[in-house]
Design a protein around this ligand. Structure first.
Ligand code: FAD
Length: 385
């Protein structure tokens, strides 16, 4: 099958699409009057009360089976939910990773005891997870991780360091990619995934401040941290295969298209007014929609593969690469549009939102795998590498 077949347009089933109106109603009540520059932070916005309200509505762990506290819904239903959350700029950071990838990962690879322990708490908004993949010398080159969980009588002794770990300072757990045997030179061999309880002795979490002044990602140090045997997720030595499958969940969703959507909306609202409307702004608005619509169709098509239990690694890379290119284009194009206009007439909230998104936009094509790495994967999918 060619990659083009796998990205054939897919429609969201009407039963799942029906969720949209309920989510909009909920958000209108839950988030009245939040300024755009705050909403623009959406999946960096940490708000435990909001995450638990979503849980009460049955919207955390929607795709997990009901027997583990989940909603038993399809990936399409979650897609609709996530689109609405992101376009409203809802603060989803705390439950984000658990809901998107740690929960499904535990469901797929975890033991029955792990599923019963973690999944209901994820669905109640009581267990937040972070992703412990990157290290100071292993980002793009992830197979070079050196953090070691050495098997011992009690389970594993964990030593090493992770970096850029989003929200580690707010989470209870990390799923970490670690070396359980061999050396860094062994590459994919000897890697495993472990669940780390971040309250254990020997763990230091140090937030890093980004250019915008926010502290959403962290350095995490492990100094002789004793993990129990049941910290292992899946099979020892299978960490690379597991992480590769996990990244398909991470790379294909609406979050790879919508990082600048609150800014775009705010600008569009102004372009709809007589003061904001110019010919070139109208052309730009149409241009952005022309790119967004097929990208969204591709992203929905990837959901269909996830729904079928497949692991659309290359397709997800394609969506992320194109999506983040558009996400970065939006603030640059809006800045161009405003350049040369009388800024006294531009709403202050629009300028503040533009300022924030411009500062963080370079990270869009770094987080979750850089542009160069994704292009390499796409080339491999085309049989060129
Ligand atoms: C906002 C943000 C949040 C993040 N959150 C997390 C998180 O929660 N958990 C986590 O584990 N990580 C997280 N990361 C880390 C992210 O995954 C890494 O930054 C990314 O994979 C790149 O790794 P690096 O920073 O080590 O850069 P490097 O790998 O050193 O890359 C530097 C540059 O060299 C290029 N390059 C590297 N290798 C090649 C190659 N083989 N061919 C061509 N070009 C190459 C890269 O594309 C890049 O431009 C986050 C990053 C950001 C920006």
């Amino acid at each position: 099958m060619s990659i083009l077949d796998s990205l054939a347009p897919t429609t969201i089933p009407p039963g799942d699409e029906a969720l949209r109106a309920q989510v909009r109603d909920f958000l209108a009540r839950a988030l009245p009057d939040v300024p755009a520059h705050v909403r623009a932070r959406s999946w960096n916005g940490a708000n435990a009360a909001f995450s638990r309200e979503l849980a009460k509505a049955g919207w955390l762990g929607m795709t997990l089976p009901a027997e583990y506290g989940g909603g038993g819904r399809s990936a399409f239903a979650r897609y609709v939910l996530v689109e609405e959350l992101l376009s409203a700029g809802a603060p989803v950071a705390l439950h984000w990773v658990a809901d998107r990838q740690s929960g499904p990962q535990i469901l797929k690879y975890g033991t029955e005891a792990q599923k019963r322990f973690y999944l209901p708490r994820i669905c109640r908004g009581e267990a937040f997870f972070c992703i412990g993949m990157s290290e100071p010398n292993a980002g793009s080159d992830l197979a070079g991780v050196r953090t070691r969980a050495a098997p011992n009588e009690a389970g594993f002794l964990l030593n090493g360091q992770k970096i850029w770990t989003t929200n580690a300072h707010h989470c209870q757990y990390m799923i970490a990619l670690v070396r359980t045997s061999g050396e860094a030179a062994d590459r994919h061999k000897g890697l495993s995934q472990v669940i780390v309880d971040l309250s254990l002795p020997g763990i230091t979490i140090r937030p890093i401040t980004d250019l915008s002044g926010d502290t959403h990602f962290c350095e995490v140090f492990f100094d002789n941290v004793q993990l129990a045997t049941d910290a292992l997720v899946g099979h020892e030595g299978q960490g690379w295969e597991q992480v590769t499958a996990e990244l398909a969940f991470e790379r294909s969703g609406p979050e790879r298209l919508f990082s600048s959507i609150v800014l775009f909306d705010e600008w569009l609202a102004w372009v709809r007014t007589p003061q904001g409307r110019t010919e070139s702004a109208v052309r730009l608005a149409g241009g952005v929609f022309t790119e967004l619509a097929p990208l969204r169709a591709m992203s929905v098509a990837v959901q269909e593969k996830l729904t079928r239990g497949e692991s659309p690694v290359i397709e997800a890379a394609l969506v992320k690469e194109l999506g983040t290119t558009l996400e970065q284009f939006i603030p640059a194009a809006i800045a161009d549009d405003l350049h040369g206009r009388d800024t006294a007439g531009v709403p202050a909230e629009l300028l503040q939102t533009l300022n924030y998104v411009t500062e963080v936009a370079p990270s869009f094509s770094l987080r979750g795998g850089t542009r160069d790495i994704l292009r390499g994967m796409i080339a491999r999918g085309l049989g060129l590498r």
